[in-house]
Design a protein around this ligand. Structure first.
Ligand code: GAP
Length: 457
């Protein structure tokens, strides 16, 4: 059987057609690089979040979930270093007035050059010497590089002065850090323990691209493990591997995942590594693991005046814990899961089908209930549909030929198609067709709940 994978352009149109992802504010012509999740995309995303909760909050000991506000006291961003250092090196094309990230310009001009390792001066010198062209107009006439802060600002209250400026969080992590004392006290947590959080983050990226891969509003699943200094490097290694096994659990194959150790580190990190997935546009980061040392808690202690020390009752000593962060971009994982699963298959000489071959537990809809002949089987099919709905997300489809209905389910990844026919009326059995093998089997209708439960476990 021949299989064809999807290009980025086909993915964007697939997501729109089948209700996974739409362009944001579409009826107003959109807002560049904002995307709205449709009914099926929302379910897929939620199930990825549920899988993360299972893997990180439920399976791991001493693990606590938090839901902190997006808006925080601006002092948090002074302490974290984001106000001073969370910047991109930008320059403008003097000819066509477009704005670009210097490192991206270089990387796109010559992929063998690692712009990550260059200083601002080195990047500018390279762009001028090589006469790197503007990707929009083709000329090479750029301004100097300026550092541009990525945080979105907004004003709180009626006044418009700098005293009222607050920020949309650019990462979730600080919510976990400023609540570290609260969680430790209220949960009687002992080191090592972890605080995880799922939530939105915002970055004023000037070069968002690749659909939902790089956007200005996105969702992160961040996980911070507080530990003693000395345990940090082992935990760092552990979380790199744990991240990879999480992705394999989601159905991303090992050969399309790789570690990318950072040489140039963020202002808070001692060691950092990404896990990258092989998208159609190349390798792209879907996770980061960072050894943030005691940088964040030490800074919060300094800026807030509150002690961030942990008291070890056995050793009778006080210290500021280290933090190992493992962070996941929800939108990028949704995209990776879609690319991994989506394909067009040649069924026979005359027929092709689109299949979203994702793991059944991530499928937005678990089963389609299909009355073979509407007039004769609809009532029984409706009864079954109503009872299955109490257990699973299922759908009912009675429009068109059975073959067309199978195809509609395949295209959105429904793992089981359940047909109701005369045998159901006479013997109480249903025919279940498997999405991937297209094989059919007969089951007593009463066994459907346990069959589907097994399928999605
Ligand atoms: N707290 C650390 C932190 O935020 P990061 O590597 O900047 O680290 C973490 O971001 C994850 O968030 C990335 O691995 C990526 O999956 C996702 N992410 C970052 N920027 C993004 C963007 N502009 N659009 C979509 N996802 C993004």
């Amino acid at each position: 059987m021949q299989k064809r994978s999807f290009t980025m352009e086909q993915m964007v149109s697939y997501c729109n057609q089948y209700g996974f992802i739409y362009q944001g504010s579409e009826i107003y012509g959109g807002l560049a690089n904002t995307w709205d999740y449709g009914p099926l995309g929302t379910r897929l995303k939620n199930q990825i979040k549920d899988a993360w909760r299972y893997f990180f909050i439920q399976l791991r000991e001493n693990s606590y979930e938090l839901d902190a506000d997006i808006l925080m006291n601006p002092r948090v961003w002074e302490a974290s270093g984001h106000l001073a250092g969370f910047t991109d090196p930008l320059l403008d094309c003097r000819e066509c007035r477009t704005r670009h990230r210097a490192d991206n310009l270089i990387q796109e001009y010559d992929a063998s050059v690692d712009a990550d390792r260059m200083t601002q001066e080195e990047m500018l010198a390279y762009i001028r010497q090589q006469k790197v062209p503007c990707p929009v107009c083709g000329k090479s006439n750029f301004t100097d590089i300026r550092q541009f802060n990525l945080m979105f600002e907004t004003q709180r209250g009626a006044t418009n002065d700098s005293a009222s400026t607050i920020y949309l969080r650019p990462e979730n992590a600080q919510g976990e850090y400023v609540n570290y004392l609260n969680v430790m006290r209220s949960m009687r947590a002992k080191l090592p323990f972890s605080i995880g959080q799922i939530g939105k983050a915002f970055r004023n990226e000037i070069t968002p691209k690749n659909f939902t891969f790089r956007t200005i509003e996105f969702e992160q699943m961040e996980y911070q493990t507080f530990c003693r200094a000395g345990e940090d490097s082992d935990l760092y290694q552990y979380f790199k591997n744990y991240g990879k096994s999480f992705f394999e659990y989601l159905g991303l194959p090992a050969e399309k995942l790789r570690f990318h150790d950072h040489e140039k580190l963020a202002h808070y990190a001692k060691e950092a590594c990404d896990i990258e997935y092989l998208f159609p546009f190349g390798w792209g980061e879907i996770n980061g693991t960072h050894n943030r040392t005691d940088f964040d808690l030490r800074r919060h202690q300094e800026y807030s005046g509150r002690s961030m020390e942990y008291f070890d009752e056995v050793a009778r000593e006080k210290f500021i814990p280290y933090i190992i962060e493992s962070t996941y971009g929800v939108d990028r994982i949704v995209l990776a899961v879609l690319f991994e699963g989506l394909r067009e298959e040649t069924v026979n000489e005359k027929d092709t089908r689109i299949v979203l071959g994702i793991k059944p537990q991530l499928a937005p809809v678990k089963a389609t209930i299909l009355p073979l002949i509407r007039k004769r089987h609809a009532q029984k099919a409706m009864e079954l549909y109503s009872s299955l709905r109490r257990h699973f997300m299922v759908q009912y489809d009675d429009a068109g030929s059975i073959g067309k209905r199978y195809r509609r389910g395949d295209a959105i990844g429904v793992p089981a198609a359940v047909t109701i026919d005369d045998d159901t009326l006479e013997k109480g059995t249903v025919t279940v067709r498997d999405r991937d093998t297209m094989q059919q089997q007969t089951l007593p209708a009463g066994e459907l709940v346990s069959y589907l439960n097994k399928l999605i476990q």
